[in-house]
Design a protein around this ligand. Structure first.
Ligand code: CO
Length: 139
């Protein structure tokens, strides 16, 4: 069901420091910052030859990333995102297999403007998993 690894998201308390690490120390291409108020986050994308890293920081205290940083003040691995062909079909199969979907279960547009869902980490080995339909039929 799951396809390619689309990205790994890392929560950072200081986005500029994260950019300096990935651009100046690790030597990767890093995008300009994008703020996504609907998600409560600011993001940059680190382009790798075979995938992407998303550095994500909260825009305010109500952001879900702010919660994560209260538990992990230095930041850290937040989620991994796998591509699926049909997000609603994948969701329905996963629910039948006992996986809970976060939120209302309906796909939302994620940071790349594509439909995404998040799976409950307690059902997924302690990892927050995002699934993304990379070639949406109907958004
Ligand atoms: Co993501």
């Amino acid at each position: 069901m799951i396809g390619r690894l689309n990205h790994v998201a890392i929560a950072v308390p200081d986005l500029e420091a994260g950019v300096r690490l990935y651009r100046d120390v690790l030597g990767a291409d890093v995008s300009d910052r994008q703020d996504l108020p609907a998600h409560g986050v600011g993001v940059v994308f680190v382009a790798l030859p075979n995938s992407k890293i998303e550095l994500v920081t909260p825009l305010d205290e109500a952001s879900p990333i702010a919660d994560f940083l209260r538990r992990n003040p230095a930041g850290g691995l937040h989620h991994v995102c796998y591509e699926v062909d049909d997000i609603r079909a994948a969701r329905d199969q996963l629910v039948l297999r006992g996986i809970r979907i976060l939120g209302d279960g309906e796909p939302k547009l994620g940071a790349h403007g594509l439909p995404v869902l998040f799976l409950h980490p307690k059902d997924c080995g302690g990892t927050l998993i995002e699934i993304e339909e990379v070639r949406p039929k109907i958004v």
